[in-house]
Design a protein around this ligand. Structure first.
Ligand SMILES: Nc1ncnc2c1ncn2[C@@H]1O[C@H](COP(=O)(O)OP(=O)(O)OP(=O)(O)O)[C@@H](O)[C@H]1O
Ligand SMILES: [Mg+2]
Length: 218
């Protein structure tokens, strides 16, 4: 049974160095770029390409990849519905801390349920959560099958696989959608470019290195 939220006599200890001071130190404003989509849709590929691009622009980022987190923080969790919910909740909380630290936190997880993603969004100020939907057709993801998991799922050897016998709920109001153009998937650097250009365009001012209180991400 879950004991979440049952603690009593809990206090908040204010720390002397605040979010604004860290942002000033880093010349950037922290945020969460949350990449969601089917297995094989290119989430990790985009996260890595984006991380490289931000690094080359002198921006500090950190990738929270669903697969990697299941080796540590979330290694006690499986894939049943309640575990998936807890998986996303934990990553949301960690991503929030990274953003508070002033980093551009790139979270790449299937995160199939809309409610769970929205709960992570609700943890942050509105414009600090940038949801990126990898809108790739199931057929493409299944054809890629980089990990051989679709094959196992089709053979019934993996149960509850997202897109096969467990639902994927696409975002209704994501900030960025990555999709094929004329049946061709954009190259990883083009996908990263789409996100970087959003961060620069929507998050005043464009690609500035000088910190001002109004500066957002880039
Ligand atoms: N834009 C792209 N163009 C060509 N191939 C791509 C592109 N994006 C991803 N791929 C390829 O598709 C496969 C799956 O990509 P990736 O591992 O990034 O998916 P994922 O969404 O992270 O999947 P999972 O949820 O299983 O971790 C990889 O072999 C990758 O090289
Ligand atoms: Mg991945």
């Amino acid at each position: 049974m879950s004991t979440l939220g049952n603690s009593t006599n809990i206090f908040w200890h204010e720390c002397p160095v605040g979010n604004h001071e860290r942002q000033k130190l880093l010349n950037q404003k922290g945020c969460v770029v949350w990449i969601t989509g089917l297995s094989g849709s290119g989430k990790s590929t985009l996260a890595c390409s984006l991380g490289r691009e931000l690094h080359s622009r002198g921006k500090l980022s950190y990738i929270l990849d669903g697969d990697n987190l299941r080796h540590g923080l979330n290694k006690d969790l499986g894939f049943k519905a309640e575990d998936r919910i807890e998986n996303i909740r934990r990553v949301g909380e960690v991503a929030k801390l990274f953003a508070d630290a002033g980093l551009i936190c790139v979270a790449s997880l299937i995160s199939p349920y809309r409610k769970d993603r929205d709960a992570c969004r609700a943890m942050l100020p509105d414009d600090n959560f940038i949801e990126v939907f990898m809108n790739m057709p199931l057929e493409l993801c299944e054809k890629r099958d980089a990990k051989g998991l679709y094959k196992l799922a089709r053979a019934g050897k993996i149960k509850g696989f997202t897109g096969i016998d467990d639902p994927y709920e696409p975002p209704l109001n994501c900030e960025i959608e990555i999709r094929q153009k004329d049946g061709v998937c954009p190259a990883p650097c083009a996908m990263a470019g789409q996100v970087v250009s959003y961060l620069g365009r929507e998050r005043i001012p464009a690609i500035s290195m000088i910190y001002t209180p109004s500066i957002h991400v880039l």
